[in-house]
Design a protein around this ligand. Structure first.
Ligand SMILES: [Fe+2]
Length: 343
């Protein structure tokens, strides 16, 4: 995939300097961190190239244009630590003392007007997540696996779901061919008849929560019955995991088989996210996966690290979920309110 923007070395360096001046840890005080980023976003320290690119992305997304974007040569922290793989998140709190990567993701969200989303039960409520192998989740379908991930959207089983995901390559050995695939929902729909789409719009399906979610919240085992297709082209689907309800009619099964075929046939992009690459793409208006094509250095592959954010499509859209932000922090989903959305 061609990058939409490759920052110049000078612009990257000035962003690193600006982001090293942040005085708050996003893991200790997210609202203060967000306010610092908002101030930075409005200041002359933002390179024109980045401001213009983000404005183009925002406009295209709002007007039904391209939704997936790759930015290269993004600012990263001067030191990229290796974390203990028994508990990488706890080790990150100990070792990470600068927040350039987090700041750049927050800045991108601010400049594209897609506010960040977090869950109280995921990574201790952090707004910044690590795609990083954790020993106990090896060979699972979670963000902490070192294996492949089938086509899906994130938090398929959760009632509040991100509209966009952003992945920032912190450490990625170029000898390892690990690809993030993205298929636009519009491309999938080309291969589904109106009748099949209508069945996928019925709440005839369920998706078990992943192992990581279940470990964090014992109420999270099985989703409520849900539709697979929503709005114009939004999906709630995790390949191999989303199934028709046991009592669903035969048409529901046929429609899932047709969807699986459509995913195979649809045009896709594949991105090898390298160090300093930011890939931002829709979470619901398409599906993504992880393909491991070849590992030239498997030991390094275990240390691959992408910093990740979830975000809403707009401030106005985020307001629809105000009831979920019961602690008063915008975008912070306090998970015990889930039953409010269960009906
Ligand atoms: Fe994912």
């Amino acid at each position: 995939m061609e990058p939409f923007l490759s920052l110049s070395d000078a612009d990257k360096q000035s962003l690193v300097s600006a982001l090293l001046d942040l005085s708050t840890s996003p893991y200790r005080d997210y609202p203060a961190f967000r306010d610092e980023i908002a101030e930075l976003a409005a200041s002359p320290r933002i390179p024109d190239s980045l401001a213009r690119a983000c404005e183009s992305i925002r406009t295209a997304r709002t007007n039904g244009g391209a939704c997936d974007y790759l930015l290269r040569n993004c600012p990263l922290d001067p030191v990229i630590p290796v974390f203990d793989q028994d508990d990488p998140v706890a080790d990150k709190y100990r070792q990470k003392t600068t927040f350039v990567g987090e700041g750049f993701l927050a800045l991108f969200a601010k400049l594209t007007e897609t506010p960040l989303l977090a869950y109280s039960t995921r990574n201790n409520g952090d707004f910044f997540h690590d795609v990083y192998a954790q020993n106990r989740y090896t060979k699972t379908q979670t963000q902490k696996t070192d294996g492949e991930l089938y086509f899906h959207n994130d938090r398929t089983a959760h009632p509040v779901r991100a509209d966009y995901l952003a992945l920032l390559g912190m450490r990625a050995d170029p000898r390892n061919l690990v690809y993030t695939g993205y298929v636009d929902g519009r491309n999938i729909l080309e291969y589904l008849s109106q009748e099949q789409q209508a069945v996928l719009r019925e709440p005839l399906y369920c998706t078990p929560y992943d192992e990581y979610s279940r470990d964090s919240n014992q109420l999270h085992v099985q989703s409520k019955p849900h539709t697979i297709l929503e709005e114009a082209q939004c999906f709630r689907y995790y390949d191999t995991r989303t199934k028709p309800m046991p009592n669903a009619p035969m048409e529901a099964r046929d429609a899932v088989i047709a969807l699986k075929d459509a995913i195979v046939r649809a045009d896709k992009v594949r991105v090898r996210i390298g160090e300093g690459d930011l890939f931002s793409f829709p979470n619901q208006a398409g599906l993504h996966n992880r393909d491991i094509v070849e590992l030239g250095d498997p030991a390094q592959a275990k240390l691959r690290w992408l910093l990740k954010t979830y975000s809403f499509r707009s401030d106005a859209y985020m307001r629809r979920f105000d009831d979920a932000f019961s602690t008063g922090v915008d975008g912070f989903v306090y998970d015990e309110v889930e039953s409010a959305y269960a009906a």
